[in-house]
Design a protein around this ligand. Structure first.
Ligand SMILES: Cc1cc2nc3c(=O)[nH]c(=O)nc-3n(C[C@H](O)[C@H](O)[C@H](O)COP(=O)(O)OP(=O)(O)OC[C@H]3O[C@@H](n4cnc5c(N)ncnc54)[C@H](O)[C@@H]3O)c2cc1C
Length: 419
């Protein structure tokens, strides 16, 4: 089947691969990989750029791949099919009395696609979703099935690896006993309080997000997801909301997860949107930049300085925290992180004009762009941001010497052989 004219979730990228294959067995998958010079796995298509494409090549969707889901209670891990969506895995685990440590804002993203880009939720003590990976099974460029486990030499380079090392067929994730979370929203926080106490605010509760449109003299909302009864939660000068809120002030809150301090299972509180709410396409694009948490307040001031240019193009900006990790290409590699996320209107040309200047201004903090979102930097700017970048290139070249999994994105952003 030709994929020409098929698009990503946001509709801002039209895939240029020749066709999509949907193997049902690992044997079939191995044949597709070795039989084609250019291949790449396609997840749930939620990235906002050409990362998942393979111009003139073959895209592989894994939704029909017959691989088992195994829960290993002794090891506290679940081996799950790579193409499974987080929401479906979360429901399965909850039925078994188990949980993941965190979720992203949207539960409809695939396991392998999410992990490949270092996708994260929030919480100063919570690593990205990729940090829960305990093992990977993948089909390499040579058609071999490679199993990597946490502690193996190449493991830290293979988890957040942009689909460049092979086609992941199963992912092992750490699990823990299920837990309850309650959610509170505070509105209209004084701007100066947020700027000066940013890290303290992001450290409250289990998972914390600030939302602003940068168009008001205050920060619009603070969402705190906490253990039930956590009395350290406070609003830092914001007013507790008496009604359920949408992250974008004024938008219908029907599809947001329950707030107003009503406790519920982790999977119904950690994402911002309900599992049963399935937006099939988006009228938005996103960008996100990661800085060392200690630079968070200064980076906040820089972003605030762009308010006049950002606000007219923006739906909402979200500020989150992520714990440091050891995954070579993770946005939080080696440093506790504050993430500045932008949900933009679908006006990509204008957004890119602002991004050129915003990225230049955030460069003083070594800001790393989210791999799956819109950014303008190329390999020259990206490579110095990751201390293990050269080790990743060595691993990639060892596993994929002929460049089977390379694409326009990796040429531009990783190898610097295209602009
Ligand atoms: C509405 C919305 C909300 C979002 N919220 C968040 C958020 O809260 N936090 C955050 O950090 N990000 C967020 N994102 C970004 C999103 O999580 C990432 O773009 C993620 O990579 C999407 O996963 P996917 O399955 O759609 O992957 P795709 O976009 O389909 O692919 C991404 C990459 O993964 C690779 N890949 C996919 N499957 C495999 C496989 N089986 N083997 C090897 N490589 C594979 C692809 O080749 C590609 O390189 C959001 C995106 C949207 C649209």
């Amino acid at each position: 089947m030709r994929v020409t004219a098929e698009r990503n979730w946001a509709g801002n990228h039209v895939f240029t691969a020749d066709r999509v294959e949907r193997p049902t067995t690992v044997e079939e998958l191995r044949g597709i990989v070795t039989g084609n010079p250019r291949v790449r796995a396609l997840g749930s298509r939620h990235s906002f750029n050409d990362l998942a494409d393979s111009a003139g090549g073959v895209l592989i969707e894994l939704g029909e791949l017959d691989v088992p889901l195994d829960i290993d209670r002794d090891a506290s891990i679940v081996w799950a099919p790579a193409g499974m969506r987080y929401g479906d895995l979360a429901s399965t685990l909850q039925a078994e009395g188990l949980a993941l440590h965190n979720l992203a804002s949207l539960p409809h993203i695939s396991l392998a696609g999410t992990v490949a880009t270092g996708t994260h939720g929030s919480g100063i003590r919570n690593g990205s979703l990729a940090t829960a990976v305990a093992g990977l099974e993948l089909v390499t460029a040579a058609g071999e099935v490679l199993v990597l486990r946490r502690g193996d030499a190449d493991f830290d380079g293979a988890v957040v690896s942009l689909g460049a090392l092979g086609i992941v067929t199963r992912v092992a994730l750490d699990v823990q006993p299920t837990f309850q979370i309650e959610q509170r929203v505070f509105v209209d926080l004084p701007m100066d309080v947020v700027e000066t106490r940013l890290l303290e605010i992001l450290g409250v509760g289990y998972s914390t997000s600030l939302f602003t449109r940068w168009s008001e003299p205050t920060i619009d909302q603070l969402w705190v997801k906490s253990e039930p009864g956590d009395d350290s939660v406070q609003g830092f000068g914001g007013t507790p909301s008496a009604v359920a809120m949408h992250p974008i002030a004024g938008v219908d809150a029907r599809f947001t997860t329950d707030q107003l301090q009503s406790p519920g299972p982790w999977l119904d509180r950690l994402p911002h949107f309900k599992l049963e709410f399935t937006p099939s396409a988006g009228e938005e694009i996103q960008s996100e930049f990661f800085v060392d948490a200690s630079d968070g307040p200064a980076a906040f001031a820089v972003v605030k300085g762009f308010a006049d240019r950002i606000a007219p193009l923006l739906f909402v900006c979200e500020i989150r925290a992520i714990a440091a990790d050891d995954l070579w290409l993770s946005g939080a590699y080696g440093r506790p992180t504050v993430a500045f996320h932008f949900t933009w209107q679908s006006r990509e040309d204008e957004v890119r004009e602002v991004l050129v200047d915003l990225e230049a201004a955030l460069a003083e903090f070594g800001a790393r762009p989210h791999w799956g979102k819109v950014f303008t930097a190329g390999a020259e700017q990206i490579r110095p941001l990751y201390p293990r970048f050269d080790a990743f290139l060595e691993l990639r070249d060892r596993l994929d010497p002929e460049g089977r999994f390379r694409n326009d994105y990796t040429d531009r952003v990783i190898d610097g052989t295209a602009s």
